[in-house]
Design a protein around this ligand. Sequence first.
Ligand code: 5IU
Length: 475
Amino acid sequence: MDNNKLEGVALKLFDINAVKFGEFMTKSGIETPVYFDLRVIVSYPRVMELITSLLCDIVATKVKKYDHICGVPYTALPIATLMSVQAKKPMLLRRKEAKAYGTKKMIEGHYNVGETCLIVEDVITSGSSVLETVKELNKEGLVVNNAVIILDREQGGRKNLETNNVNVDALFTMTELIGILEKHKKITKEMSMKVRNYLTEVKAPVTGSSEERMLLSYEKRAELTSNPVAKQLFNIMSIKKTNLCLSVDLTSSIKILELLEKVGEYICLVKTHVDIIEDFSLDFITRLKQLAQRFNFLILEDRKFADIGNTVLLQYQKGLYKISEWADCVTSHSLPGEGILKSLSTPCNGLENRGVFLLAEMSSEGNLISPEYREVTVNMASKYPNIITGFVCQNKDTFKDPGLIQLTPGVQLESAKDDLGQVYNSPDKVILDNGADIIVVGRGIIAAKSPEAQAVIYRDTLWKCYLKRVSGKLE
Ligand code: 5IU
């Protein structure tokens, strides 16, 4: 490769602030002395041209044969387009989310099963974004053996990709880039050392894929979590062999307690809506806690907090219900922004070990949560690992961290929906296809003739699906 050209690109990237030095925070909350933002290169046609021709050179010498080019959305898309035109190879366009109408295709363009596709990406850290695109292409019968990238941060991505049979060729490794910048006195020797040390110390967090999370046992995942409530839940599930959460949507406290007497041994979690109970009293809470202890399950108050931090703090700790004093975990919206997580993580009454399930998706028809909302919700949660127990969501792709729990409502064996917009899926679908870890069942059990018998059926069916999932036989 033309070293002068390479050095030129490195210096240019520095000049246009596509690479910055200082103190930055990554999405996953890790401090880093170096930061890349290659999105800005679209403003510099000459840089785009140079990078394209260098990448095409690498491909010409290293990648023997390929039929298509596909960029990882979004930063690499314009580069992939330019490469496709320069190399005269057809491009494929990967959608990040399926269109709600018309064709549901995730890959646009013309192709045949068995053809090969070269991936183009800007930066790899863990390699997980490249792998997501590889999986989408594989689903269409396309074969991916090569990825060409601008920068390898040398934090584990290359290895992750190689174990998935994807060979990586990069314009620069981080070490090479730092070397060039130091040589041309763009950065000091100290900064260069700092970055090198950072690279040896900080490897990409175990991002894995949602499929990897789905294959791990609850027992194993108990070791991988930072949240004490998630840890307890994973342990309870392993010990009691149940991933059933009962949603006790009843308005009489006596009825709730009677029901839990009968089904307590079959559940890992009970989900309450205290504000629907007509005879609520703190005595009810005392008895609920006793049952939770006796049968070894946790309590989730499905409060769905959604106000500004200060109000949520009052709703959580004060009023009639004093939720923070007894609920092991609560549900919350992310809509108001981070303040809500700050308030829920405020230490209260000397009690620790509290958890939050953040709503990333809903089961009801026509709900307004978009893929973007889901994504920022998950990113926001990553800054509060001590209180985030998991997400209430419907799809496995929502998050990857095996230490977090996917809580999925909208499950029934008998019906497909109710009259007010609820949509039900089967245990098979939610656990094997959609990645649910704890499954919320309400009326499927509480409205049954014999809730106890029905709870046993749900417990057994759901647990079987989980065992099938961790055995690796997903298809
Ligand atoms: N619930 C949902 N869907 C959601 C969320 C919460 O059903 O997306 I977020 C709650 C509502 C109810 C329970 O308390 O879960 C499901 O009860 P049924 O299984 O009876 O539909």
